[in-house]
Write a protein that binds this ligand. Structure first.
Ligand code: PLP
Length: 358
């Protein structure tokens, strides 16, 4: 299994000038959120809190999501809430390409993940006919393809899940960054656990704050997982989350608009190459000539970092470009140059690549 975190650590050591690898938003955390965190600390909110989250935060989330506070569990990031579901599942299926962490988490629990492949030619459209898993992980808007499923596409999948009694874990951490109509899975299917977070819209990756929405019994089970592993989320982080929710409406407009602008720039610069224009999130999954890992290594030599497609399943001839970093246009220009160069040299035989470091 390709470990993207090892590759990430290597990128950090090399320290390239243009970072288009990790999904770390370069939009700063809003000052009001920072202020609220500091104020909370100064008030002495430094101890343990209720293991499912401070009541006011759960109420604010419940309000936003149209559920009851008992159906909300606050946790230190979306990832550990996803882990809570994977830990309880016997057989896990995921639509691929997929975020590497699902497989890595499953591996930690000694479980394997059945991969349901999709491909660029079919527009990354999943069409499973049957499911043998008791947990199906869906992630739309998708990392790495930027795909958002239409309501009817989603209905098709949910029907298959319903037939086999499969629970859906819907990872909706990019839900606020959808450029098209977005249907939350739980609107169509009761047997769904939804996970969301504060890392992407609010750029609060280092705060480690996320939440799960599930029916009461399932929420209680997730809470037990959180209390027996992480105990709770630091109270000042939860206060920061409450402030973030107050700013949400404004931020959705501004931040989503910014990522849409970047997606349009990227689609223009990469026009004619093999990818599907993103409908949400902030990634482009691009086919490259030859091996994606070799291609990523070549780009690193030119001062641009991306992740190889192998990090997302059996997609060795792809790379993932994150649009959440700076100097995007320069980086995309270099990627385009490298592809054109590789195509030219494969026409004349052998891999040449272009030279020059930014
Ligand atoms: N889910 C997906 C699909 C992601 O891409 C990421 C982060 O990149 C996460 C979850 C992690 O979210 P968090 O930072 O809240 O753990």
């Amino acid at each position: 299994m390709f470990n993207v975190y090892e590759f990430f650590n290597r990128i950090n050591e090399i320290n390239p000038r243009i970072r288009l690898d990790v999904g770390q938003p370069d939009i700063p955390v809003r000052e009001e959120i920072i202020e609220e965190t500091i104020k909370s600390l100064r008030r002495g909110e430094t101890g343990y809190t209720s293991t499912s989250g401070i009541q006011e935060l759960r109420e604010a989330i419940a309000d936003l999501e149209g559920v009851s506070p008992e159906e909300v569990v606050v946790g230190p990031g979306a990832k550990i809430l996803i882990a809570a579901e994977i830990a309880a599942a016997k057989r896990i299926a995921v639509i691929s390409p997929h975020w590497n962490a699902y497989s890595l988490i499953a591996d930690q629990f000694g479980k394997t993940v059945e991969v349901i492949e999709t491909n660029l030619e079919d527009g990354w459209r999943p069409s499973p006919e049957e499911l043998k898993a008791d947990l199906l992980i869906l992630n739309y808007p998708n990392n790495p393809t930027g795909r958002v499923l239409s309501r009817s596409e989603l209905k098709g999948i949910v029907e298959v899940a319903e037939e086999s009694g499969t629970k859906v874990l819907s990872d909706e951490v990019y839900a606020d960054l959808s450029f098209v109509d977005f249907t939350p899975v739980r609107e169509l299917y009761e047997n769904t656990v939804t996970v969301k977070g504060f890392s992407k819209l609010y750029s609060m990756t280092g705060f480690r704050l996320g939440y799960a929405l599930a029916e009461k019994k399932e929420a209680a089970r997730i809470r037990r997982f959180i209390e027996s592993t992480a105990t709770c989320v630091p109270p000042f982080v939860q206060r920061a989350g409450m402030k973030a929710l107050e700013l949400r409406e404004e931020l959705v407009q501004v931040v989503r608009g910014e990522y849409l602008r970047r997606a349009e720039i990227a689609s223009r610069i990469l026009c004619g190459l093999e990818f599907r224009e993103p409908e949400g999130a902030f990634y482009i999954f691009l086919r490259v000539p030859g091996d994606g890992l070799e291609f990523a290594e070549r780009l690193l030599q030119r001062g641009v970092s991306v992740f190889p497609g192998a990090a997302f399943g059996p997609y060795e001839d792809f790379i993932r470009i994150s649009l959440s970093g700076g100097r995007l246009e320069k980086g995309l220009g270099i990627i385009r140059e490298e592809i054109e160069c590789a195509l030219e040299s494969s026409a004349t035989g052998g891999w040449a690549g272009s030279s020059g470091v930014v």
